[in-house]
Design a protein around this ligand. Sequence first.
Ligand code: G6P
Length: 356
Amino acid sequence: MEKELHEHPLVIGQTLQRMVDPASRRVMLPEMPFDLASVPRAVITACGSAFYAGMIGRYWLEDIARLPVDIDVASEMRYRNPPLTAGSLGLLISQSGETADTLAALRSLREKAVHILSVLNVEHSTMARESDVVLGTVAGPEISVASTKAFTAQLTVLACLSIAAARARGTLDEAGEDALVSALLDLPSRAAEVFTQGPAIRRMAQIVVEARDVLYLGRGSMFPVAMEGALKLKEITYIHAEAYAAGEMKHGPISLIDRTVPIVASAPYTPLFDKTLSNLQEAKARGGRLLVFTDTKGADRVSAIAEDMVMLPHVHDFVAPILQTIPVQMLAYEVAVLKGTDVDQPRNLAKSVTVE
Ligand code: G6P
């Protein structure tokens, strides 16, 4: 897992190389047997970390491409029997391309005459064979059970897909595309800088390892990042963690807060920074210990309230969830090392779950 975490900058770069034309700096997707401009709706479905990647993809597709998106975990999607207009887009996300629930969801979407686009790391997988289009993540083999580099590669593909859909739908002009593509192309070097924060992440791990329960918070596209952080912690350290939308904390989990429940928050300096910070202040006022992932622009205000923080480079809002994912995964890894659990082969889990 440590090796795969360090491959984040590389796989983001490799995935971009496949999707962005270097001369024109425009997103270039493979030929598709349907037109993104006329797709009435997208349905995203996946399991585990891939599902959280899909949640971030929904923010992008709705915001940039103005495409209505429905999303659910694959093991539930089928039972909802969502009404879908023929010609809608089924967007499946899977590292392995073999997850039984995601494959079953793919087949049930296929029955509704929707176009099937899959974002896959293993390009010769069952899901690849059954899809109309495959967008490959170029993450290389991922061996550790808990997904890391495949997740940021999935986000990179979804970001490019959102840009292409926005261009096709006329919701993004050339200058807008230029700004988003530049932010993406800048990511591999910004991601490499995250590793300088190792000492701060290891300090946070010393606090988290003592906890029985941990609360992860984020707003907007940082909410799925918080969910990914909580999932990683559960998977490899066996510490109970729960992710909440920062604004929803006051409707329940705030009652859990005391010194024994650390709060891990993802709060880069985006338009949602002030609101996230005010939620964190509410938690602090109730005795919460705040461990905050922020960036160079948010650092001053975060340091005034947080017990500890990790300061990442400031990047465009669009790509912030990709960058912010790296340290939350690193935190889970460091806690697992302190606990001495089997990081690569956690108990009861499998890399690819081929039963429903
Ligand atoms: C398993 C793994 C998770 C992974 C999920 C989906 O549960 O433990 O890390 O996110 O499967 O796998 P997929 O191959 O479909 O992305």
